[in-house]
Write a protein that binds this ligand. Sequence first.
Ligand code: TXA
Ligand code: MG
Length: 330
Amino acid sequence: DGEAGRPRVLPASAEALDTAAGVLRDGGLVAFPTETVYGLGADASSPDAVRRIFAAKGRPADHPLIVHVADTGSALDWAGHFPPAARALADAFWPGPLTLVLPRSGRVPDAVTGGRPTVGLRVPDQPVALDLLERFGGGVAAPSANRFGRVSPTTAGHVAADLGARVDLVLDGGRCGVGVESTIVEVLDERLTVLRTGAVTARDVEAVTGLAVEAGAGGPARAPGMLPSHYAPAARVVLAEAADAPDTASSWVKDGRRVAVLAEEAPGGLPEEAVVLPPVGSPEGYARLLYQRLRDADALGADVVVAVPPAPSGIGTAVRDRLTRAAHAR
Ligand code: TXA
Ligand code: MG
């Protein structure tokens, strides 16, 4: 298709960051690294610029976007109300992989929130992202920099492959350190709801605020756009505990399918036809490499990915969440 040529990709030098800030000021689109995944950014105060994000992604216009800002002081301008619990979370976790959904201020265009009364705000913990936000000076609306329905990008190469010339400039800041999207917590006075799991856990949120957190309410109604297909590769994802992985893999191999296996450590006893993806080593490694490995499986032409999920604690909870959604995608 016509827009699928290569975008301009620049290593994130000072000069490139100035160029990127200029692209944002001119209403253009800049893909940039964060500690979670690459974002597809536009000037959050410009409805026209924000609409270009939806066109480039092929994403329905009613899915709300996160506004990225350089510091908590800037976040105050975008929120209509910043309750004490939100302040405590910002102090504890910003910059970091936490998005706060708060009542919006009059500054937030409808194009950003899909007309909702709330806005998602985040200060990313990534030097290139923070430098860009400081040079630009405003808020940057940014979803993950993938086409709608593809897994999130964790390298500049993923962005270029997905979006091509639909994005004006890609800042290359290397591989994202965390690798799964930010934790999203809706804070409506003292009512806290985790809409999406991430590196910041519900337990972390409770410890900092002293408030009980409503868990796992991240259905489509509360966080529109959290569809299972967002976390799925083209291959079918099947979950198996390590002890069951050989039998699971064998049954798909017997069915004539090309099988890839994803795990922290390679399980023993796999059928020799199965391709073992390079082991991710730890829950943190799983988060960091999850989307890379799913893309690798597609590149290998795998029909099925047999994934051994990490233990359900810390960031392992977020990895399990993404894998479970991916497994339910069809
Ligand atoms: O880690 C991240 O959060 C990355 C990086 C780029 O910051 N961004 C990201 O954006 O994952 P996106 O658009 O792919 O996912 C944002 C999620 C969506 O599921 C959206 O529904 C939810 O945040 N969201 C945003 N604003 C919201 C709001 N006002 N109320 C409820 N959910 C909201
Ligand atoms: Mg996304």
